[in-house]
Design a protein around this ligand. Structure first.
Ligand code: ARG
Length: 561
């Protein structure tokens, strides 16, 4: 089905001065499809031949053997190729339908890719920002797999730091076990906030908090127990959310996991002469990278976020032998990850080049920024619940007799939030308005799900017949765009991985849905004629590719909605 190659071969046969690979790399897809399906620009040849590109295009077009194409024509400096729609269509449908993994490749050669994702902080609610990391990370994991890699999804929980000392001190003063158990995160946040307020009046509290953290670091029994209990209760709440999204992790090794691996890092830094003292703290100078110093150890000997990330990076290389190590973390931590890479590089780790920060932008809700401090904690749970409610409302209007309504509403509601998050280029900031996200029309997840459900309903109406693969010709102009989009899927999957950009898949899915809906509106798919089988094959192929696109995004594709 590699038509681009066919075009390159045809050109190479008459342009011996260029090798086929060069030609292949120059071939374009014209923006306007009336100009053909592929175009070869002749500028490259103009210099050598001392001829105007237009003239060269005319000569080349004339010389090319056009038997495999519908037409080959010169237009200005381009040689345009028109594919033979009927053979192309048959070829595409066969390729899609006979290959359940259609669109996948093996470029990754089974290399391991660690993906640091989600990574919320214990005793704090998971925010919309953490949602972004979770769903982008999950989708990149699926996309990496489709490109032949083996992803390892790591939840680098924020489960260590001085705030735990404060929390313990607050709990010891005002806490109740039952209260925590009933509503863990909200209750712990409440204690923490109260601690901060009272500490303003009573600075002795801060000392108490520090003392508790010291106890924790020294392995004090009670402190340890409290810590692991807070962690467990918080994790329970996070797990509910991961279940809602149907996202799994390979590891929950958070910051605390690296406690006993920090001395090793600090020793190595010392050995390599990289640690210098600055105002009592131990830092690594990164001036030659144009970066601020990286703080490794505080004046009081406590280690830091950076130190734990150094230990984690080294551990991951040893343990998973990754070919790429991704960190899906908001753009505000850009400097942190540049420093992390730079320190690893200074330590002599060649693989620091494989460490990649995958930043993303901010979500605002109804135009306002989210922040814990200002009290605008948008609870993800609530957003997802509202979204599912809204989906159910729409299903009740559109399809009141649908069985399994609750499940479908769940798949549509959560899918809508996930899809919306992923359809925007990850680096952009975007605003979130629930009513727009859950609409069944426009650029939304439900729109894609609906196109797929419609395809499935056509197949049901036809009685889900066995398809005859030897008869796939659809002699209808309207089907052309859809067939061409199907043929693009493999390129789309590659591009999404190359750019670490799930939005490439989301935009493609929207495009395929729109194109298919247009075809559906203009054609009688179920008409009883000799091309019925071929049209049902097309519908099946569209549904297969839409379902796979959604799967790569972590969105379900209900067969009815
Ligand atoms: N817990 C951090 C936060 O919520 C994110 C951790 C990201 N991962 C990492 N290895 N630093 O901001």
């Amino acid at each position: 089905m590699d038509y681009k190659n066919q075009v390159a071969q045809a050109v190479a046969a008459v342009v011996p001065e260029l090798d086929e690979a060069t030609i292949l790399s120059k071939i374009e897809v014209p923006k306007d499809s009336t100009m053909g399906d592929f175009a070869f620009p002749t500028f490259l040849l103009a210099k050598e031949h001392h001829m105007a590109p237009n003239q060269i295009a005319a000569t080349v077009a004339e010389a090319i053997d056009a038997t495999n194409f519908k037409a080959v024509q010169a237009a200005g400096p381009y040689v345009n190729f028109f594919l033979n729609q009927l053979t192309f269509g048959t070829d595409v449908l066969q390729t899609v339908l006979m290959n359940q993994d259609f669109g996948h490749n093996t470029d990754g050669e089974a290399g391991h890719v660690t993906i640091d994702m989600s990574s919320p902080n214990i005793a704090k609610p998971m925010s919309m920002g953490h949602l972004r990391s979770t769903v982008i990370g999950n989708s990149l994991a699926e996309i990496s797999k489709a490109n032949g890699y083996q992803p390892i999804k790591i939840n680098h929980l924020g489960d260590w730091g001085t705030q735990f000392g404060k929390l313990m001190s607050a709990y010891k003063r005002w806490g109740s076990e039952d209260e925590v158990k009933a509503d863990p995160i909200n209750t712990l946040v409440k204690y923490y906030v109260r601690f901060h307020e009272e500490a303003k009046e009573n600075p002795a509290l801060d000392d108490e908090g520090r003392a508790w953290f010291k106890k924790l670091e020294d392995g004090d029994e009670e402190a340890r127990q409290l810590w692991s209990w807070f962690r467990e209760e918080s994790l329970k709440e996070f797990m509910e959310l991961y279940e809602t999204l149907d996202i799994e992790f390979d590891s929950f090794n958070g910051e605390a996991f690296y406690n006993d691996k920090m001395d090793g890092v600090i020793d190595t830094l010392k050995e390599k002469g990289l640690l210098i003292e600055s105002q009592g703290a131990q830092v690594v100078d990164l001036e030659k990278y144009n970066l601020n110093v990286a703080m490794i150890q505080r004046t009081d000997g406590a280690t830091l976020y950076m130190t734990r990330d150094l230990a984690a990076a080294i551990f991951r290389k040893k343990n998973y032998n990754f070919v790429k190590s991704l960190y899906v973390v908001g753009g505000e931590q850009r400097e942190h990850f540049m420093q992390l890479k730079a320190v690893l590089k200074e330590m002599g780790y060649e693989w620091s080049d494989d460490v990649e920060h995958i930043p993303f932008g901010l979500i605002t809700v109804d135009g306002k920024k989210l922040s814990t401090r200002s009290g605008r904690i948008i609870l993800l749970k609530d957003v997802l619940k509202d979204s599912v409610d809204l989906a159910l409302q729409q299903i009740n209007e559109k399809n009141p007799t649908l069985g399994n309504k609750e499940l479908v509403a769940h798949e549509v509601g959560t899918g809508a939030v996930v899809f919306h998050d992923l359809m925007n280029e990850r680096i952009g900031n975007f605003d979130f308005k629930l009513e727009e996200v859950v609409r069944f029309e426009g650029d939304t997840g439900p729109y894609v799900q609906y196109a797929n459900a419609r395809a499935q309903s056509i197949l049901r109406k036809a009685g889900n017949p066995e398809l005859d693969m030897s008869n796939l010709v659809i002699d209808d102009e309207n089907v052309w765009e859809t067939e061409k989009l199907l043929a693009d899927f493999g390129d789309v999957v590659r591009r999404a991985w190359r750019d670490r950009e799930p939005s490439v898949i989301a935009k493609y899915a929207l495009n395929l849905s729109r194109t298919f809906n247009k075809y559906y509106a203009n054609s009688k798919i179920l008409a009883e004629d000799e091309q019925l089988n071929a049209r049902l094959a097309l519908v099946t192929a569209v549904s297969q590719v839409l379902t796979e696109s959604l799967r790569l995004l972590g969105v379900k594709a209900p067969k009815e909605m």
